[in-house]
Design a protein. Structure first.
Length: 85
């Protein structure tokens, strides 16, 4: 498991976040939050510099209304947000 965690940590972007796809998209709140969650399940805490930078990314990119900017992506049927049946 440690090698997978090391790989995940190595994917952290310079801005402190993680991306949903490598290398296409920029860091985003969803991928960063999911990564921080998984690392916390593995026992990592905010005392670790990588996690602190991830948290700082989330704080820096949060909008005043509490949301985060996200780029809508099409689903396989080419409609943004469409559900697969």
């Amino acid at each position: 498991m440690q090698s997978t965690i090391d790989e995940l940590l190595a994917l952290q972007r310079a801005d402190g976040g993680w991306s949903q796809t490598i290398p296409d998209l920029k860091s985003d709140a969803f991928a960063t939050g999911q990564t921080l969650y998984v690392l916390s399940l593995a026992g990592y805490t905010a005392a670790r510099p990588e996690l602190k930078r991830g948290i700082d990314f989330l704080v820096a990119t949060q909008s005043p209304d509490g949301s985060w900017p996200m780029i809508s992506r099409s689903t396989p049927d080419a409609r943004p947000g469409a559900r697969n049946s």
